[in-house]
Design a protein around this ligand. Structure first.
Ligand SMILES: Cc1ncc(COP(=O)(O)O)c(C=O)c1O
Length: 440
């Protein structure tokens, strides 16, 4: 009988799980078999079994950052979490009772991949407020809007295909598409978001499978595409007959200004409109939805079948009662009253503390502020120093598909910390940025 002594405790543990503690531990054959299993485990080289596409899958910078953000005393301007204060716990408890009494075991059963029918019906009314006409054949539920991003990759991206994205764009969209061995055509943005001419340029230069944009209170920049540009973008997608994904998780969180028409309302046949309950109810429910031309929607449903069969029926039923009970306007008002002062505090603190040569977005809504420093500033270095002083944020370069872009930028989230924390963390960040300016 030969096996290294360091495995002894593992073998004993496995043995006791298999046979109970009292029996046959000295059985030589069992010990040999167990040691063989452990030997195999220790020798397995994961790299030998990964699919080639896995080389494109990298740990999210934000997830890594959130690990640091969990350190005691850390103030995190990273992440993108809604404030737990905004979660309507009592309402969820009431709605849970309602769901159980109204839907009973249906709410606990498997359901259609397309989504819970009462929710899809309620959403037909909800999206009308965004100028979108839909019927049951156009409206689908996903496990968060992230569920759609992955499904799009699976359905539409063959290795080497091009997708046009804003630079910067939503990191987890890049992650979702990366897994399908995508190439990116990076579209230019300015203070008013996506530049339509740049989008057209990409459509002329590359065989683009689809365009992905976040037109309202963009993640990460907080910027919004104004109406004239929306109209131009709609005209361009119609002219080139290309598919555009309009990702709109933040549109309802408007702190000032008038609501703008969705691109979907301007080019219905060419646009998939995606949104979510994550920012207007609670992200833990994992309920998102999209409105798509039926010919694409049907395919996306087939893809989703292989991923999760259906989005959680119970939380879909909760979302249904939340919508049809008319709770959305008040809840959104409450969220806005929590976030809007925090944004004002952040903008004021940036103005009071940050040195010349820096500028930042001043969003009309959403959850993020985007800071741009002088070209010589490396925000990853700033990040490392800031973390030593217990302040976290996300260096902006991670949001660009082109790895050389955005070195001098940072994304700041303001929703999940107090106004006092915003003031003190911006002061610290400004100190670090000033020190770093002297160092370059
Ligand atoms: C632009 C954008 N799209 C999609 C999502 C995914 O949201 P969820 O999957 O929670 O609906 C987020 C979340 O932060 C986001 O910022």
């Amino acid at each position: 009988m030969s096996f290294p002594r360091k495995w002894e405790s593992n073998i004993k543990l496995m043995h006791s799980r298999l046979h109970g503690n009292e029996t046959r531990f000295n059985d030589k054959v069992t010990l040999q078999r167990l040691s063989l299993i452990i030997t195999r485990r220790e020798k397995m080289d994961i790299n030998k079994i990964l699919a080639t596409r896995a080389s494109n899958i990298k740990a999210s910078a934000i997830r890594e950052l959130l690990k640091v953000a969990a350190n005691p005393g850390m103030v995190s301007l990273g992440g993108g979490l809604p404030s737990p204060e905004s979660f309507p716990l009592e309402l969820v408890s009431e709605l849970t009772e309602k769901v159980l009494s109204k839907y009973g075991s249906i709410a606990l059963q498997y359901d259609m991949t397309e989504g819970f029918t009462p929710l899809r019906k309620a959403l037909i009314e909800y999206v009308k407020t965004k100028g979108i006409t839909a019927d049951l054949n156009n409206i689908y539920i996903t496990s968060g809007s992230q569920g759609l991003l992955d499904a799009l990759g699976k359905l539409l991206i063959s290795p080497g295909d091009y997708v046009a994205v804003e630079g910067p764009t939503y990191l987890a969209a890049l992650q979702a598409f990366n897994a399908y061995e995508v190439k990116y055509a990076q579209m230019q943005t300015d203070d008013e978001g996506l530049i339509p001419e740049s989008m057209e340029e990409m459509l002329k230069s590359y065989p683009i499978k689809f365009v992905y944009t976040i037109p309202t209170f963009q993640n990460p920049s907080g910027k919004t595409i104004k109406i004239k540009r929306r109209e131009q973008i709609a005209e361009i997608v119609k002219k080139y007959d290309v598919l555009l994904i309009e990702d709109d998780p933040y549109g309802a969180l408007r702190y000032r200004g008038e609501e703008l028409p969705t691109i979907k309302s301007l080019a219905p046949e060419n646009v998939i409109y995606a949104s979510t309950f994550s920012k207007i109810f609670a992200p833990g429910l994992r309920v998102g939805f999209f409105v798509a031309p039926e010919k694409i929607g049907r395919w996306l449903v087939l893809v989703k079948q292989g991923v999760d069969l259906n989005t959680c029926t119970f939380t879909q039923a909760l979302a249904t009662e939340y919508l049809i009970g008319g709770y959305v306007p008040n809840q959104v008002k409450k969220i806005i009253s929590l976030y809007s002062p925090k944004l004002k505090t952040m903008i004021k603190a940036l103005g009071e503390n940050f040195p010349k040569g820096f500028k930042w977005s001043d969003p009309d809504g959403g959850m993020f502020v985007w800071v741009e420093g002088p070209k010589t500033m490396d925000m990853e270095k700033v990040y490392k120093k800031a973390v030593e002083r217990n302040v976290g944020f996300v260096p902006g370069k991670f949001f660009f598909p082109n790895p050389d872009d955005g070195i001098e930028t940072m994304r700041l989230n303001f929703t999940n910390i107090t106004e006092e924390q915003i003031k003190s963390s911006i002061r610290i960040l400004a100190d670090v940025v000033k020190e770093e300016s002297l160092a370059v």
